[in-house]
Design a protein around this ligand. Structure first.
Ligand code: TNX
Length: 515
């Protein structure tokens, strides 16, 4: 069975003979930028099949330097000409690709390396997953692997396909975040939103306010040690993500969710009194001093340093659950703080509450996290971003909040938005969820993972998989009618077998048998 998640725009399966990967297969990279993707594909295939395949330079694809690809070779062809011209491509061309496999070889073509990377992820899913009950990868037989004969043409529905990891409630070291990036990239997720600051901890080095990490990073939910990313760590993460065509979106959450900062600097508190570090899981009880110039100096310094660490276009300023402020105070603060942050040149993102402000910098993006029952109240807040020239990222709590309990397993996670089954995470449409927000206003979809109850990578993966696969399909795949869980269920089961093989944790939901 051909099983790809997210499902491609068009996938034709041929009765013709399969393509076979053998120990003699080569990855032939054609065009600048193709070799780096081919090298990653070689790494995945080594893990997935035990085959150690060489990457060879196919030259420009024509002329005397062209390598003649053999029947067992995988050609990765950058079809858009030179590396310089592909920089000028507009989305969705950057992520569009085609893939054909048959007895004469495998061919992956795209105009941009990002498209080639997407093609390589698809090919990886076409290579049969060895039996999870089988041997460890180093003991795999280096035999032939039959890939069905297909023609795939594919292109994403939304430009922004995100996952959010909360590294503030529990700190996750660099290696864990890299592991997370590898896992989400398999599903063509192309943005990683890092929730870097909250009441429980401050996780990013800021040179101009050093106590944020000296004091503010040394706590987390429970009794763990906390931690933070140095600028060097962070640069490494940004680069690691970029190699996988994932853009990191840093979030500095203000004015609420700031106890770690308020415990580091007395002058950020309205009363000038230093707060105690916080290790609980309450929300909404803190605020920066909104009437003090020191707060705006702080914001200016922090966003300047964070923007300098951020090659990506976005800077997330939070703005959620500022429950100690009146609406008037909140709006005044957001108008002033976003004006300061806009000076970095970044496009700002905020949780839907930020839409109450009436002077948002043009283009500010709203992230919707409401429940169905909140639509009437929250609808105007999210539409306000559009009215002020921005767009919307959909993260509806009842469908995409990956820290919500599964219906059948409640040891980890929370329950304020109910339980989220695999079907709940699949059967929704971001373009019809909130009145006045349709396809044209959507930048994309993001699935957040809040980590109050999640301490390890294994905990995070358990909550994320396989539900993220459902959300990723919503974000990537075109839709022509209501989504039905039965359509994805058998493919989810196949994807989970692959996760199992890779040692990535997931929830063995009874729904996986539904296909
Ligand atoms: C709400 S969603 C929050 C977070 C919590 C989460 C727990 C949002 C913008 N704020 O602070 O961690 O619920 O599910």
């Amino acid at each position: 069975m051909v099983s790809v998640i997210p499902h491609p725009v068009s996938l034709i399966e041929h009765a013709a003979e399969a393509f076979t990967l053998t120990p003699e297969s080569r990855l032939v990279a054609t065009g600048g930028g193709a070799a780096a993707v081919a090298a990653q594909l070689a790494d995945w295939l080594r893990v997935d099949t035990g085959l150690a395949l060489p990457v060879v330079d196919g030259g420009t694809g024509t002329g005397a330097d062209a390598v003649k690809a053999g029947a067992h070779d995988v050609v990765l062809a950058l079809t858009g000409g030179s590396a310089e011209t592909c920089e000028d491509l507009a989305w969705p061309e950057t992520e569009t690709y085609s893939l054909t496999t048959d007895a004469s070889g495998a061919w992956l073509g795209a105009a941009h390396p990002a498209g080639l990377f997407a093609a390589a992820q698809t090919l990886r899913q076409l290579v049969p997953a060895p039996d999870a009950a089988g041997a460890a990868s180093d003991a795999l037989p280096a035999a032939a692997h039959h890939v069905p004969s297909v023609t795939i043409n594919d292109s994403p529905r939304f430009a922004y396909r995100g996952a959010m990891l909360d590294v503030a409630r529990h700190f996750f070291p660099v290696a864990d975040v890299e592991r997370f990036i590898d896992a989400i990239a398999m599903l063509k997720i192309n943005h990683l939103h890092l929730h870097l600051t909250d009441d429980q901890g401050w996780r990013i080095q800021i040179d101009s306010w050093p106590l944020l990490t000296e004091i503010g990073s040394a706590s987390e939910t429970g009794d763990g040690p906390g931690g933070f990313y140095t600028k060097e760590d962070y640069a490494g993460l940004v680069a690691y993500a970029a190699e996988r065509f994932v853009t990191i979106v840093p979030e500095i959450d203000i004015p609420g969710h700031t106890n770690a900062a308020l415990a580091s600097y007395a002058e950020l508190n309205e009363d000038g009194v230093l707060r105690e570090p916080y290790r609980g899981i309450e929300v909404g009880f803190t605020s920066l001093a909104i009437n003090k110039d020191s707060s705006y100096r702080f914001i200016d310094d922090v966003v300047r340093e964070v923007a300098a660490m951020t090659p990506g276009p976005y800077l997330h300023l939070g703005g959620d659950e500022s429950l100690t402020l009146t609406q008037e105070q909140f709006v005044e603060f957001i108008n002033r703080a976003t004006a300061v942050a806009a000076a970095t040149g970044k496009t700002l993102v905020g949780w839907h509450e930020m839409g109450q402000a009436d002077a948002l910098p043009t283009g500010t993006i709203g992230q919707y996290w409401g429940r169905h029952a909140d639509h009437a109240k929250v609808g105007p807040q999210i539409r306000s971003f559009v009215e002020q020239g921005g767009s919307v990222i959909m993260s509806p709590a009842e469908h995409s909040y990956l820290d919500m309990h599964y219906p059948d397993e409640t040891r980890l996670g929370q329950g304020w938005a109910g339980t989220i089954s695999l079907a709940d995470s699949y059967e929704w449409d971001p373009a019809t969820l909130v009145e006045g927000i349709t396809e044209a206003q959507l930048l994309g979809v993001e699935a957040p993972v809040w980590t109050e109850t999640l301490e390890t990578s294994s905990d995070v993966e358990f909550m994320v998989f396989p539900r993220l696969a459902c959300v990723a399909e919503i974000a990537w795949s075109q839709v022509s009618g209501p989504r039905r869980f039965e359509e994805i269920a058998p493919r989810l089961a196949a994807f989970c077998a692959r996760l199992d093989r890779l040692g990535i944790n997931f929830h063995r939901s009874p729904e996986l048998g539904a296909g």
